[in-house]
Design a protein around this ligand. Sequence first.
Ligand code: DON
Length: 304
Amino acid sequence: MEYQKILDTIKAETLNKTSTGKVATYIPELAKIDPNKLGMHLYCINSGHYGFGDENERFSIQSISKVFSLTLAMSVLNDELFDRVDVEPSGDPFNSLIQLEYEHGIPRNPLINAGALVIADVLVSILENPKQKFLEFIHKITGNTSITINPKVFESEKKYSYRNASLLNLMKSFGNIKNDIETILDLYIYQCSVEMSCKELATAFMIYANSGKTLSDDVQIISSRKVKRINAIMQTCGFYDEAGEFSFRVGLPGKSGVGGGIAAIHPGYYAVTAWSPPLNPKGNSELGMYALERLTTLTGFSIF
Ligand code: DON
């Protein structure tokens, strides 16, 4: 497959589209990003790296971090983790409180905020220095120790975390949060404020395409059975109330973030990332989704 040629076509097509999306502003620091940034990176198991545009510029990974925190928790715990968080699509916005009340404080899945906050609580309980361990995990799967947080984004989100604090308080009232709310919020906001480029994110996501192993040095980070489950959760829950639409249009497991990034994988073949800051009304990168749809359309190849 002539992947670079296909990516060049996707670049031209995407630049030609006028985005109707809006950059996230609820974290003031994210509102400062240039909406015209556009990057894509494809990392193939058999043939290496392809990309275009701002593929090497770091951006805020935000909710994409939820896949890494889930992986870290699942690498330590087994099925007992899923007594505290379910694996069903929510069909609601990422920060919704509504289901938690009538579902007794058990979040629908680990990729909505409520679920990711339970995972952060678990990490606070099981890890010695969870913020450092989280960064070390990313360093291990990318082979790149320069990846870190953006302190301005971290501080900015800390000032506006009323809704995440509400989710934690509501779940704590049901007994599903064990640690101090501020400590959990601190970890969650820290993981969201990590910055990575499209190329670095595609390298990190290779473990989900490659049965739990890094491609460069063949290290088993997590078992292939657990990766199958993480990929299933990404497929059904990675885009909140747009998970069906992403499956319908793109046909790959993936995860979005309000920084405008999307990471997706084709198990056994590749990891791919796209970055364009303007978000559609569901909070997913509008042009990122378009670029990924063009990839599976032009290659004639998705998991379906
Ligand atoms: O919890 C929040 O509001 C953010 N730090 C992360 C949200 C996010 O990226 C949702 N994604 N599409």
